[in-house]
Design a binder for this molecule. Structure first.
Ligand SMILES: Cc1cc2nc3c(=O)[nH]c(=O)nc-3n(C[C@H](O)[C@H](O)[C@H](O)COP(=O)(O)OP(=O)(O)OC[C@H]3O[C@@H](n4cnc5c(N)ncnc54)[C@H](O)[C@@H]3O)c2cc1C
Length: 334
């Protein structure tokens, strides 16, 4: 694919942009005419690229390009960018892409990535913490732990952002995100922002219902409790160590592929059907954890999607249980 790229960075061709203490190269602008993306006079200050391969932004490392890919410079830049988007522009919010399968045909719209931006994290009042949507979950868990706060330890092992955790109601070790949320700041498709009480958002296991008109999350205030005797910190350390022993950490995956059905485990059902190690192209059911699909060099999103379908069909035929994917599958087939 010949990528047509442009950046809105005012620093020009070949310069570098500072990203949380690191210098990050801005890819050179293409000589081809850029597609206009703003209606108003205000050009975005962040990184704006055309035809950006989303395989660079997903943990499975597969997936086609986004027609436009945007990393805002900061919160205001993001708000202005969304406000100026053409009406009806399809938006794909990206955290660390650790729960996303983007099909090989890519995303026919704009992908907005927050993990290099919106990384503010502060104490908010006596026992609340405020995290912007691009903050890594592990960083939030560590921040809480350093302040001797209990409640967010389960986030230590989730390789995603706060925005992704809110959108997925991510959870681990019997806990999940939304019971710890006091309030969320949302961005509406028309560029308005608002704080919503957690009670205004309906959630279930690995699922939430976005209130009407909401485009995405800007951040959240989390409630914590005092970790008086360090018990929460000890449990977090133990659970993290266990995770390393039972999951193929370090191999490209999206964590658990399927939600656990009521009173059972997807991994147990998949393993009982003899599917560990089953392959389609470069995608494989992990031999270490049957609910993980891992990819190797050269894998395509079609390989992963086809393996997901095969596993689902075989488990349904052999056990009667219809496994529901936990991973979000988006984009166009090629
Ligand atoms: C090794 C491994 C282990 C994992 N373990 C766990 C686990 O224990 N528990 C668990 O729940 N998950 C786990 N996951 C899956 C994944 O990390 C979580 O679902 C995580 O919350 C996704 O966060 P993300 O930032 O990567 O989101 P993405 O994958 O980038 O996005 C996921 C969804 O959230 C949406 N989204 C992202 N940011 C925003 C935003 N700001 N506003 C609105 N929508 C947004 C996206 O559009 C997409 O629909 C694991 C994944 C891996 C690779």
């Amino acid at each position: 694919m010949s990528a047509t790229k442009k950046t809105s960075s005012s620093k020009g061709k070949g310069t570098a942009r500072k990203t949380r203490g690191r210098k990050r190269a801005v890819r050179p602008a293409s000589s081809r005419a850029p597609v206009p993306v703003t209606r108003g006079p205000q050009a975005p200050r962040g990184l704006l690229i055309e035809n950006e391969p989303l395989s660079r932004h997903t943990s499975w490392r597969v997936g086609g390009p986004a027609r436009r890919y945007f990393e805002p410079a900061d919160r205001e830049d993001l708000i202005a960018f969304v406000r100026n988007l053409p009406h009806g522009e399809p938006l794909l919010w990206l955290g660390l892409g650790s729960n996303l399968l983007v099909r090989d045909g890519g995303w026919a719209g704009t992908a907005i990535s927050l993990h290099n931006a919106l990384d503010g994290l502060v104490e908010a009042g006596a026992l609340e913490l405020y995290a912007e949507a691009g903050v890594h979950c592990a960083r939030l868990a560590k921040f809480a732990q350093q302040r001797k706060r209990a409640g967010l330890g389960f986030m230590a092992g989730i390789p995603g952002t706060v925005g992704g955790a809110l959108a997925m109601n991510a959870g681990a070790w019997g806990d999940e995100t939304w019971p710890h949320v006091a309030a969320v700041e949302v961005l509406y498709v028309d560029g308005r922002t608002a704080w919503l009480d957690a009670a205004e958002v309906r959630y279930a296991y690995r699922h939430i219902e976005l209130p009407p008109g909401v485009a995405g999350f800007l951040g959240a205030r989390f409630s914590t409790t005092p970790d008086v005797d360090g018990e929460h910190e000890r449990q977090t350390r133990e659970s993290l160590a266990k995770r390393k022993q039972t999951q193929p950490v370090g191999r490209p995956s999206a964590g658990s592929t399927f939600r656990n059905p009521p009173n059972d485990f997807a991994a147990r059902l998949i393993e009982s059907c003899g599917l560990k190690g089953r392959r389609v192209g470069g995608a494989e059911v992990s031999t270490m954890h049957a609910n993980f699909i891992i990819t190797s060099e050269g894998a395509t999103a079609a390989d992963v999607e086809s393996l997901i379908e095969q596993v689902r069909t075989i488990v349904r035929e052999q056990t009667g249980v219809d496994l529901i994917p936990e991973v979000r599958v988006v984009g166009e087939k090629s």
